[in-house]
Design a binder for this molecule. Structure first.
Ligand code: S3P
Length: 446
């Protein structure tokens, strides 16, 4: 989001709507889109990408890579061409890199800059400027990079990269694919072997794609499931042709909408089902959701299927906290499903939700309560007593989204399954990850 001006906010009341039917296609995966541009920008030659997510977050990454010397151009809808500078070839940007709302752009690019002999400043919107960067500053400082951050280890910050950087062995203290990726990307231009130890597996797109681009990367998993990832630095990356699969985190809103709105029968095409991302499908099925996988195939090295989702009587469950990393962005949508299920849903182990684009535990508890749901908040989760399928009462005023796209989209879905509708204070943040969301929703739910 470029503007924090409240007068420019775009409120909308999402009204109860009929069943969701037909077939939709969700846009490209955000995580894979960011990485396609970053790795393309470090390969020598032309990388071609189709199905790229053209959301504001990915456009922030594209602008930053251009500012550091890569040629990044759009050639058609979702079609992009990247001419890279080679590992070690990033140029010092002339201006501060504006990361907008995007934590992924910020943390991954900090990794790239950390092992180049350049200095870059990072700035972002009000939401991003509150988010913790200490988690990447710490390992990247050990590699030799130098940081001047705002109080509390936040943006704006200035980063002076180290060249040569020092390879480290780093055990992740939080389950974070962004921290893992920042260290691995720094390792690309670091002599020797950089090692990341991941006690709890998180999304593995960086590992798959680094290998695809020709980096020497090994992953070892021990009997306890702890992963050790080693990357050999001063890598030569080869340009690739990449087809980005659809984003399961965007599909999540439509999966929940179709499950909770009576009469729905919706097919969502091209949904990425990498096991490190597919936790929500498992949890919704355990709640009784009818979700069928059709036409299973592999797209861009990732498992993909079309999902046929039918309205279902959902039951509340205790969600296994071990599943959290594989559905970390999907909890706001799950909370809406829980609010409409029969019985109680209990979630725990979700401290990380407090440091996303907003504090998603506090903000979803407030928003769902305002819509008439019965929610209680604990330190690390929500407990939600569902309506048993009856619509939520809906909101009188507008719920606060705090510049968080996933809050806006989740509460839009809650509005479909309400009596009076749910008013969202600002729909603009939706464009960070899913610019077509409202048009697709209006088309599918009539
Ligand atoms: C992402 C990792 C996750 C996720 C984010 C995208 C990535 O963040 O929430 O939307 O692309 O690596 P964390 O690493 O903070 O869990």
């Amino acid at each position: 989001m470029s503007s924090a001006d409240p007068s420019a906010m775009r409120p909308r009341r999402f009204l109860p709507a009929g069943p969701l039917t037909g077939t939709i296609r969700v846009p490209g995966d955000k995580s894979i889109s960011h990485r396609s541009i970053m790795l393309g920008a470090l390969a020598i030659g032309e990388t071609r990408v189709t199905g790229l997510l053209e959301g504001e977050d990915v456009l922030s990454t594209a602008a930053a890579m251009r500012a550091m010397g890569a040629q990044v151009e759009r050639t058609g809808e979702g079609e992009w061409r990247v001419h890279g500078v080679g590992v070690g070839g990033l140029l010092q940007p002339a201006q501060a890199l504006d990361m907008g709302n995007s934590g992924t752009s910020t943390r991954l690019l900090m990794g790239l800059v950390a092992s180049h002999g350049i200095t870059a400043s990072f700035i972002g919107d009000a939401s991003l400027s509150k988010r913790p960067m200490g988690r990447v500053i710490e390992p990247l400082s050990r590699m030799g990079a130098d940081f001047t951050a705002s109080p509390g280890g936040t943006l704006p910050l200035m980063l002076r990269g180290a060249c040569p950087a020092v390879p480290i062995e780093y055990r992740l203290p939080v389950a974070s694919a962004q921290v893992k990726s920042a260290v691995l990307l720094a390792g690309l231009n670091t002599p020797g072997v950089t090692t990341v130890i991941e006690p709890v597996p998180t999304r593995d797109h960086s590992e798959r794609m680094l290998r695809g681009f020709g980096a020497e990367l090994e992953v070892e998993t021990d009997s306890a499931g702890v992963r050790t990832i080693r990357i050999r630095g001063e890598a030569d990356l080869k340009p690739q042709v990449i087809e980005v699969p659809g984003d399961p985190s965007s599909a999540a809103f439509f999966m929940v909408a179709a499950l909770v709105v009576p009469g729905s029968d919706l097919t969502i095409e091209n949904v990425g089902l990498n096991p490190t991302r597919a936790g929500l499908v498992e949890v919704l099925r355990a709640m009784g959701g009818q979700i069928e996988e059709l036409n299973a195939r592999v797209v861009g090295g990732e498992p993909v299927a079309d999902l046929r989702v039918r309205h279902s009587a959902l039951s509340g469950i205790a969600v296994d906290p071990a599943l959290a990393p594989s559905m970390i962005d999907e909890f706001p949508a799950l909370f809406v499903a829980a609010a409409l299920a029969q019985g109680t849903t209990v979630t725990t182990g979700l401290d990380e939700l407090r440091v996303k684009e907003s504090d998603r535990l506090a903000v979803m508890a407030a928003a769902l309560s305002a819509a008439g749901a019965r929610v209680s908040e604990s330190a690390d989760g929500l407990t939600i007593a569902g309506t048993g399928g009856a619509p939520l009462p809906g909101t009188a005023g507008a719920i606060a989204t705090h510049l968080d796209h996933r809050i806006a989209m989740s509460m839009a879905v809650a509005g479909l399954a309400s009596k009076a509708g749910v008013e969202v204070d600002d729909t603009r943040p939706i464009a960070t990850s899913f610019p077509q969301f409202e048009a697709l929703l209006d088309g599918a739910a009539r």
